[in-house]
Design a protein around this ligand. Structure first.
Ligand SMILES: C[S@@+](CC[C@H](N)C(=O)[O-])C[C@H]1O[C@@H](n2cnc3c(N)ncnc32)[C@H](O)[C@@H]1O
Length: 257
């Protein structure tokens, strides 16, 4: 079977050659623009000229997910933060849809050093260290997320937390430190088997009927570990999995107990 599967700088991509060229050109364009003064005082508004259709699709997906938890109490946990593309938008969506819900804390779990290890059930594509960030990035991201939070009401209450480390170690500590926490939405985006299975098992008692379970790599040939983890912990036939038209590997389900 032929696939256009590729890994570039530790990240999975299925971009065809022609699109890679266009992508590089767009990147060069962005660098040139910022190097020569950017866009003036409305730089952030104008910066969307560089936003690709694929990223717009992802933002619309996140918007759709967020709207599903508005009447569900609890915090949001994102397992697998990477550079923060999703958690930053979750903070913005919270500011748009429920600016005064200061109990909707958003927790982001990541090693910030990439995959700590892989299992045979991950199928041989992934390697330790894939999806790493630059050293100390979590400190920069914390500052960045604080800025995003500052653009919405009630910003004097910090409503997000980054938890650095392997979830196998950090999640048990988190559950002990947060005995009050109900999880309204859990986003599983660690891609690989062992931590996904462990996180799923650990958070199950914190779900309520109506909590949203979100999986970023289900039914994905290159990351079989995520499907396996869901099968082993919940059972695929116990979930009404749904998909979004513009996200090939993403699936979500309302937890029904
Ligand atoms: C695909 S990236 C996450 C992408 C991110 N959700 C986004 O929307 O941009 C996968 C992340 O999972 C993290 N990860 C994998 N295994 C982990 C583990 N055992 N503990 C904590 N983080 C882990 C990696 O460090 C990596 O940053």
């Amino acid at each position: 079977m032929t696939t256009s599967l590729n890994k570039v700088e530790g990240e999975f991509t299925q971009r065809p050659g022609g699109e890679s060229e266009a992508d590089s050109r767009l990147n060069a364009f962005a660098k040139e623009r910022y190097a020569s003064g950017g866009f003036g005082s409305q730089w952030n508004y104008h910066s969307t000229v560089f936003l690709k259709r694929q990223v717009l699709s992802r933002l619309l997906y996140q918007d759709m997910l967020y709207k599903k938890i508005l009447d569900v109490p609890g915090v949001i946990c994102e397992f697998g933060v990477h550079w923060g593309a999703t958690i930053s938008q979750l903070i913005n969506l919270r500011g748009m849809y429920e600016p005064f819900n200061h109990s909707r804390t958003i927790f982001g779990f990541d090693t910030f050093e990439g995959f700590p290890g892989v299992d045979a059930k991950d199928g041989g594509f992934s390697e330790s260290g894939d999806y790493s960030t630059s050293k100390g990035y979590e400190t920069q991201l914390d500052e960045l997320l604080t800025l995003h939070e500052s653009f919405s009401p009630v910003s004097h209450i910090k409503k997000f937390e980054l938890i650095k480390g392997d979830v196998n170690n950090t999640l048990p500590v988190w559950t002990k430190a947060n005995p009050h926490a109900i999880i309204s939405m859990a986003i599983f985006d660690m891609d690989i088997y062992a931590p996904t299975k462990f996180a799923l098992e650990t958070i199950l008692p914190r779900l309520t009927k109506g909590s949203l379970l979100v999986f970023d790599e289900l039914n994905c040939r290159h990351f079989p570990g995520e499907t396996t983890a869901v099968m082993e912990v919940l059972g695929l036939n116990k979930l009404r999995l749904q998909r979004y038209a513009h996200q090939p590997y993403c699936a979500f389900a309302v937890y029904e107990g």
